[in-house]
Design a protein around this ligand. Structure first.
Ligand code: AMP
Length: 555
């Protein structure tokens, strides 16, 4: 059994190191130290995650709830705690200060009562199971208990972990290398394992217990969603035919991605973020039960909401379905969803990701009723592709996907085997890291949002501009409600948010700019969609911004 104090010490050391190689070694040494039982937990903890992304457990602790727990533990008023957060600019340090300077601190830090990793995890599990009336109070009580046992350094990382914002610069790439170093296995096998199971904790344990052999035997598993294969922007019809020869052409449906796992009668549906959304989508469960003949299967596709005029409804409407916890059947009637399945990744105990798309397609057609399968045409005729493209657009969809019929399914990869063709200009998916309260009519609302792109090397978010246009009054109200819960720091009209939400933003041009840390700024940015189906790891990187910048002027 190891103590949470050790975890906090490792985090503290890492936070003061800038070389990623050195950080990797520190993480690797720590992973070697912990027991088998603790390994999956600390592998997630060190990345700032409490539960595996695919599990339907959610911690649900925002800054406000955390401040209330600290207020109870320290007997300081919430306002004073918020003041400390503002002064220090860091939730962890502020809360450490609050508790240490609070009235009740004398009874803490008892030597014989030490927080273990397992204790912290099981309290978090308790918290995740609480919902409904009285749940906020119960969550606060659990947190209070943890904080009352935590020593000063532990408080820093415990508080950051409870809002899943560890901020020590350890992301998936680094953990991958650390697992490889700790257990002496190739890092590409570790990466493969993570893409397949979406569970670095499980991969770490496999590497420790079974080494290289165990890792290479890791395969596609039911109820462990795989990262979705992604598309990149195509170079146009003729170029694509030149590259691929025969092309598999499908409509690019205007809907939301789903990955469906069926095991006998048990259906589990994952969103693009690989969250379990099964319970809000009973109609899709029924559709699978009546239209899919296989015993156990993993399917990939797009769920589309069809409006009265037989055209796809707005993306936001679909997401209303995905997030629904109550009135599910009424909402299902208002926003009916239909499946357009375009891939099959696993069938009756066998992984299919390493066979060509054309053969996967045959299997998909064999086991699914055609009403739920996306239409596909194999052709090398540009006129045929052009025609399908026009049909898709006139039916209200986004364009077409051009796929290489010989290609394997590459989990989590954006490659040349899936190319998208759409008429509208590319948009960027950026993370909202801050905002400003409005003026005049908009004083009650957060009217402008600070956007950032991702630097995959440092796991930092680099600001690139602000967006305030393209937001309706109704949306402004909803967004204000949403982001109010995520405020970490507030200074006058400025607020810093936990980086959780992705905005899809259109713009006229990318410019070089010394005003933002990314070195770029957007000309005329406007909000296109709140992409609650995307996680911050799906947001666009600084490399993509650089490529678009170079591409737009042919520089
Ligand atoms: P984008 O989000 O613009 O990168 O485009 C890729 C997305 O298009 C996928 O994640 C799917 O949600 C969606 N999509 C719609 N139709 C298809 C299709 N036929 N094949 C693959 N993806 C599709």
């Amino acid at each position: 059994m190891t103590f949470f104090e050790q975890f906090a010490k490792v985090c503290n050391t890492i936070e003061h190191i800038s070389s990623s190689l050195e950080i990797t070694t520190n993480v690797a040494n720590y992973l070697k130290e912990v027991s088998d039982e603790e390994l999956p937990i600390v592998t997630r903890f060190i990345m700032g995650h409490v539960f595996p992304v695919w599990s339907n457990k959610e911690l649900g602790i925002g800054p406000n709830l955390l401040y209330s727990a600290i207020s109870k533990t320290s007997s300081l008023p919430v306002k004073r705690i918020q003041g400390l957060v503002k002064e220090t600019g860091d939730v962890g340090l502020a809360l450490e200060k609050a508790i240490v300077s609070g009235k009740t601190h004398l009874k803490f830090f008892s030597e014989d009562e030490q927080l273990s990793i397992k204790e912290v995890y099981s309290r978090f599990e308790n918290i995740s199971e609480l919902n409904g009336k009285g749940s906020q109070e119960a969550k606060i009580k659990n947190l209070q208990y943890l904080f009352s046992l935590a020593k000063p350094t532990e408080i820093v990382y415990l508080s950051r972990l409870s809002i899943e914002e560890l901020r020590i610069g350890v992301g998936e790439g680094l953990v991958r290398n650390a697992i490889a170093e700790a257990f002496n296995v190739p890092s590409d096998l570790v990466e493969r394992g993570i893409l397949l199971t979406n569970d670095p904790g499980l991969v770490a344990l496999k590497a420790k217990q079974e080494g290289r052999q165990g890792l290479s035997e890791l395969g596609v598993m039911i109820k462990r969603p795989l990262r979705m294969m992604l598309a990149q922007i195509g170079p146009g019809i003729n170029e694509t035919i030149k590259e691929m020869g025969l092309v598999a052409v499908e409509w690019k449906y205007d809907g939301a991605r789903v990955q469906i796992h069926k095991n006998e009668n048990e259906i589990t549906i994952y969103s693009r973020k690989l969250e379990d959304v099964t319970s809000s989508l009973p109609d899709l469960q029924e559709s699978i039960k009546s239209n899919v003949s296989a015993k156990s299967v993993i399917l990939d596709g797009e769920a589309v909401a069809m409006g009265k005029n037989n055209r796809p409804m707005a993306f936001q409407e679909i997401l209303r379905r995905f997030r629904r916890k109550y009135d599910i059947s009424t909402t299902a009637e208002q926003i009916p969803l239909y499946l357009n399945l375009f891939d099959i990744l696993y069938l009756n105990g066998e992984s299919l990701i390493d066979i060509p798309l054309a053969r996967r397609r045959e299997k998909l057609e064999e086991i699914c009723d055609e009403s739920i399968v996306a239409k596909q045409t194999i052709t090398d005729d540009p006129a045929v592709i052009e025609m399908i493209y026009k049909e898709a657009l006139s039916a209200g969809h986004e364009g077409v996907m051009l796929k290489n019929p010989d290609s394997f399914y590459s989990p989590g990869k954006r490659g040349k085997n899936w190319l998208k063709m759409k008429p509208i200009m590319e948009t960027l998916d950026l993370v909202v890291i801050g905002g400003e309260w409005g003026e005049g009519r908009r004083t009650k609302f957060i009217g402008s949002y600070l956007l950032a792109c991702r630097d995959p090397n440092t796991e930092k978010f680099l600001p690139i501009g602000r967006v305030g246009t393209g937001i309706s009054d109704e949306q402004l109200e909803d967004l204000t409600k949403l982001f109010k819960e995520m405020i970490i720091l507030e200074n006058g009209i400025h607020a810093d948010f936990e980086p959780k939400i992705v905005f899809e933003v259109a713009f006229d041009e990318i410019q070089k700019s010394p005003n933002y840390e990314s070195g770029y700024a957007l000309r005329f940015p406007r909000l296109v969609n709140v992409r609650s189906d995307k996680s911050i790891e799906d947001s666009d990187t600084i490399e993509r911004i650089e490529q678009l910048y170079i591409g737009q002027k042919g520089r």
